[in-house]
Design a protein around this ligand. Structure first.
Ligand code: ZN
Length: 195
């Protein structure tokens, strides 16, 4: 992906319990680390997450993103991620209100809005999330900190203009890139759509 022009490599970790799908854990990320220079943006869809944070940090994660629902103590999870030397982030499911961030926003470097319910690729973007992205952009602006606002799920060249207009500055693409024969052309198409 670094040769295709991506800025980050987003890794979806699923446990078959927090989400209805199973992917991989820290061992795969560790094996991948020497082969890629891009920052590893590790999205944990696991519950609990806390017992595994150190393993993901040691595996080479640069950012570790958790869902508030992974529980039980989001604030503690974010403190732990920072203490491990990684950038902490919070992921909001379609039904999760932005208020979940109200008392932790000073602890985080990334906010990730799910454009679909987590678990599977290839789903359509939920346009009802656009006002949430706008509201988060305002919330981030009020902090004065350079928190990245990412969208994950349903990102394509078709949905990107609305997502960027709403205030997102990071686009996480799955099938819009990996479902295409030419990854570099797919990344370029997303960048063009974001302008
Ligand atoms: Zn993800």
């Amino acid at each position: 992906m670094q040769d295709a022009g991506a800025d980050w490599l987003h890794l979806d970790v699923m446990d078959g319990h927090f989400v209805p799908n199973l992917t991989f854990g820290p061992a795969l990320i560790k094996a991948l680390r020497p082969h890629c220079r891009l920052p590893f943006d590790v999205h944990l869809m696991i519950a609990p997450a806390d017992p595994y944070l150190a393993a993901f940090a040691e595996a080479g994660a640069d950012h570790i993103l958790v869902h508030p629902e992974s529980g039980p103590h989001l604030h503690r999870s974010l403190q732990s991620i920072r203490a491990l030397g990684c950038r902490p982030g919070v992921v909001l499911n379609p039904a999760t209100p932005i208020d979940a961030l109200a008392w932790v926003i000073d602890l985080i470097d990334v906010v990730l809005v799910m454009g679909v319910n987590p678990g599977f690729g290839g789903q359509h973007f939920l346009t009802g999330q656009l006002p949430k992205i706008s509201a988060l952009r305002a919330m981030i602006g009020a902090t004065g900190r350079p928190i990245r606002l990412a969208v994950d799920g349903g990102v394509s060249a078709e949905t990107t203009p609305d997502i960027v207009a709403a205030g997102a500055d990071v686009l996480i693409a799955g099938s819009a890139v990996f479902g295409r024969p030419d990854y570099a052309a797919a990344v370029a198409a997303l960048r063009a759509a974001a302008r």
